[in-house]
Write a protein that binds this ligand. Structure first.
Ligand code: NDP
Length: 450
């Protein structure tokens, strides 16, 4: 292919997008090399979705063990060992990292475990000083947590460090009201921490349907999570006893043994040599790409969080796959469809959604029909857990086409993955109505909405 280059493709960053692209390009016959300065697997595998979900499972036992007594079980001497869970999680992360590495090696992808920088046209220089050339370069360096710039911000941890704590904090302040804030609030709360969320605006999870947000807030409050809205931090001061005094604008100071920022993520573009070859970036620091993930430089592409299109692992994987198929495969080039992407927040309980929320649907379609089911799942009834689930289906008032579905409750992400197929396929509520329920399940509510 690019015989006068050392490689056909050089990938920088081996997270979900970079790994998929490298493996698929190699399977298409390309000579591929890739550099990763940290651990193969990137945010999702090493310090994101995967270990987080394991902690969510661990946290859920707090409620399940409590509920078990209502189902006749006696659970004596229950206790929780954070270090044991943390170490089990990290061991599994290492196992998955090994699988990722093995897959790349099996496809003859040459791996460089070091930093790489573009230092000229088609040229990459590795931290060791080795210089290689490639016909195509793929930038898949992901994003990192953003920490607001207040005094004492160096005392603040992010989700990167949360997985490695020596103990569960006794009282933790979490900044932000998005995915990570609500997921870790649930995790730490179930493990017995006193959790306070401080959000700069007046709402959490602003892109989700307001009814789901309200329900999560209400349930989180009932579980003891505290919310401070319209709150900004001025300073974090470390005390002699190791605690942190957090000074707010317009609020009395409070003390915590841990402060965590979950205030968005910024693309990793520093030290990549973008200026050397003139790769353009946007105002959020993201690498600008077209629908085929191509930058303004003809042979340089970018996928995943570094492009800040949709910061979700499955999206990065699709972008990596499409890039590799389009550039190295024998199919016509194709673009990833970024519409109707299902998503979930693994809070306690989780939220999941696909398509438009009610507000977006009204703005776009005017007349919409909204069907809601607000119910207490059978398991919660027996457990005497006063926790109601909520399902909402939003349809085009004229055609009945489903524009969006949102849900909060146990297993919402599992249920939504299946429902998303129908929404993506453009089905109508009548198609759901024509489907027989599986009884008794939570998911049957979807086909019984009136
Ligand atoms: P989110 O974008 O979800 O939320 C960021 C939060 O921080 C918002 O509440 C925002 O407030 C607030 N915020 C943003 N900037 C500042 C600032 N400068 N000062 C104070 N507050 C600020 O980001 P996360 O960090 O939670 O997660 C990053 C991304 O990672 C997510 O957007 C998502 O794409 C992905 N992710 C996905 C998960 C999943 O799929 N389950 C889990 C975890 C992460 P406001 O609402 O006012 O803008």
């Amino acid at each position: 292919m690019g015989e006068h280059y050392d490689y056909d493709l050089f990938t920088i960053g081996l997270g979900s997008g970079g790994t998929r692209a490298s493996r698929v390009a190699a399977a298409h016959g390309a000579r591929v090399a890739a550099a990763e300065e940290y651990r193969v697997g990137g945010t999702c595998v090493i310090r994101g979705c995967v270990p987080k979900k394991m902690l969510v499972y661990g946290a859920q036992f707090a409620e399940d063990l409590e509920d078990a007594t209502h189902f006749g079980w006696t659970v004596e001497g229950k206790s929780f060992d954070w270090v044991k869970l943390r170490d089990h999680v990290m061991r599994d992360v290492g196992r998955i990292e090994g699988i990722y590495t093995e897959t790349l090696e099996k496809h003859d992808v040459t791996l460089f475990h070091e930093r790489a920088e573009i230092t000229g046209d088609h040229q990459i220089t590795l931290a060791s000083g080795k210089v290689v050339t490639a016909k195509y370069i793929l930038l898949a360096t992901g994003a990192r947590p953003h920490v607001p710039d207040f005094k004492g911000h160096e005392h603040v941890i992010t989700s990167n460090e949360a997985f490695h704590l020596d103990k569960v904090p006794e009282c933790i302040l979490i900044l932000g009201g998005g995915y990570i804030a609500n997921e870790f609030a649930g995790i730490f709360n179930e493990f017995g921490a006193q959790v306070v969320i401080a959000q700069r605006s007046d709402t959490i999870l602003r892109h989700y349907d307001f009814a789901m947000r309200d329900r999560l807030m209400q349930l989180s409050l009932s579980k003891g999570i505290e919310f401070l809205f319209n709150t900004q931090i001025e300073e974090v001061v470390k005390q002699e006893d190791g605690m942190f005094e957090v000074r707010f604008k317009d609020k009395e100071p409070r003390h915590f043994d841990c402060v965590m920022a979950a205030t968005g993520r910024v693309p990793n573009i520093e030290g990549l040599g973008l200026d050397t070859v003139g790769v353009k970036t946007g105002e959020r620091g993201q690498i600008k790409v077209d629908e085929f993930s191509k930058t303004n430089v003809d042979y340089i592409y970018a996928v995943g969080d570094v492009t800040d299109r949709v910061q979700l692992t499955p999206v990065a994987i699709r972008e990596g796959q499409a890039f590799a198929d389009s550039v190295f495969g024998d199919k016509e080039p194709y673009a990833v469809d970024h519409t109707c992407i299902p998503s979930a927040v693994f809070s306690h309980p989780p939220i999941a959604a696909v398509g438009l929320n009610e507000r977006e649907a009204k703005d776009k379609y005017g007349q919409v029909a909204v069907y809601t089911s607000d119910f207490r799942p059978m398991k919660n009834v027996v457990a005497d857990r006063n926790e109601r689930s909520l399902i909402k289906m939003i349809c085009d008032g004229a055609s009945g086409k489903i524009l969006g579905i949102a849900m909060i409750g146990p297993d919402a992400p599992e249920i939504m993955q299946a429902a998303a197929v129908a929404v993506k396929a453009g089905m109508n509520k009548a198609d759901f109505d024509a489907t027989t329920a599986i009884h008794p399940t939570v998911a049957e509510e979807l086909v019984l909405l009136r």
